[in-house]
Design a protein around this ligand. Structure first.
Ligand code: ZN
Length: 283
């Protein structure tokens, strides 16, 4: 099942550019609010499993009609240095315990196919698997962790490196939270639809040039262990999002360093999920 945010309303995507409006199809049992569904994820899955979509009225859309499929998570956690070659390329070494954890402030969230205004500084790309929590909790065991995940989506952890690295203690959260710096989507794919979420190819391409090409199998701390370690400290709520780190190939790790400029189109994709597309513009 693929859920999306079509102009602020929750839909289930059933084909290319075709979807079913959830509030209408469920006669109000489930809210139109795309964020609310994660708190009722198992009932929602059950309802949709029994629903006859072939007889339902449908709506059509193009990618730019979609907003973030998780528009208002209470927490948006992000993980740094979770891929070995990426940790090496930025010269920060391999974390031996929990990799660095920071937040992207939720005001940075945006849809999957958008223009992003470049702020001053050096803006870099990081394609990431975004994990959306269904049933929340504390002290979630790694063996049970996938049962707490509603689904997966594609995110860009856009990062302005000057602010991120400035000061006596780096400003990861601020440097990664400019307006439009967390595009996500195009939809959340439920975990049951993904063969092996711990071995998904992820790529990031700028104007046809492949910049990142990795697999989630390279994660130093895999998703179930991230959930175990994070939930040992922080209660995870339904609809929270964890950005699970980026593979090698970011601009900051290159010699010479490279950053995004106006006119570039960035396409970030994950096997079995889909792709998001950002065009960079000046203010
Ligand atoms: Zn990142």
């Amino acid at each position: 099942m693929r859920v999306a945010n079509l102009q602020g309303r929750l839909v289930v995507v059933i084909g290319d550019g075709t979807a079913v409006d959830v509030e209408q199809a469920s006669a109000g049992r489930f809210s139109a609010d795309p964020q609310a569904v994660y708190a009722q994820w198992s009932e929602f899955r059950e309802w949709w499993g029994a629903f006859d979509a072939s007889a339902a009225s449908t709506v059509t859309f193009v990618p730019t009609d979609l907003g973030s499929p998780v528009p208002a998570p209470r927490q948006l956690l992000a993980i740094g240095l979770n891929y070995r070659e990426h940790a090496n390329e930025v010269g920060m070494g391999i974390p031996d315990g929990l990799p660095p954890v920071f937040t992207k402030f939720v005001s940075s969230l945006t849809g999957p196919d958008v223009d992003v205004v470049l702020p001053e500084g050096d803006v870099d790309w990081e394609v990431e698997l975004a994990v959306v929590i269904g049933q929340g909790g504390r002290n979630i065991d790694r063996a049970d962790a996938w049962n707490h995940v509603a689904g997966l989506t594609v995110a860009q952890d856009l990062s302005e490196r000057v602010l991120q690295m400035s000061g006596p203690s780096p400003q990861f959260s601020l440097g990664k939270s400019h307006d439009g710096f967390c595009p996500m989507g195009p939809w959340v794919v439920s975990v049951d639809e993904i063969d092996d979420p711990e071995a998904l190819r992820l790529t990031c391409v700028a104007d046809g040039e492949t910049l990142q090409d990795g697999t989630t199998a390279e994660m130093i701390v895999p998703v179930p262990v991230l959930i175990e370690r994070l939930s040992a400290v922080v209660e995870l709520y339904p609809g929270d999002v964890i950005l699970s780190g980026t593979p090698a190939g970011v601009g900051f790790g290159r010699s010479p360093r490279r950053y995004l400029h106006a006119g570039t189109e960035l396409v970030s994709a994950i096997e079995g999920i889909g792709e998001i597309r950002q065009r960079f513009v000046t203010a």
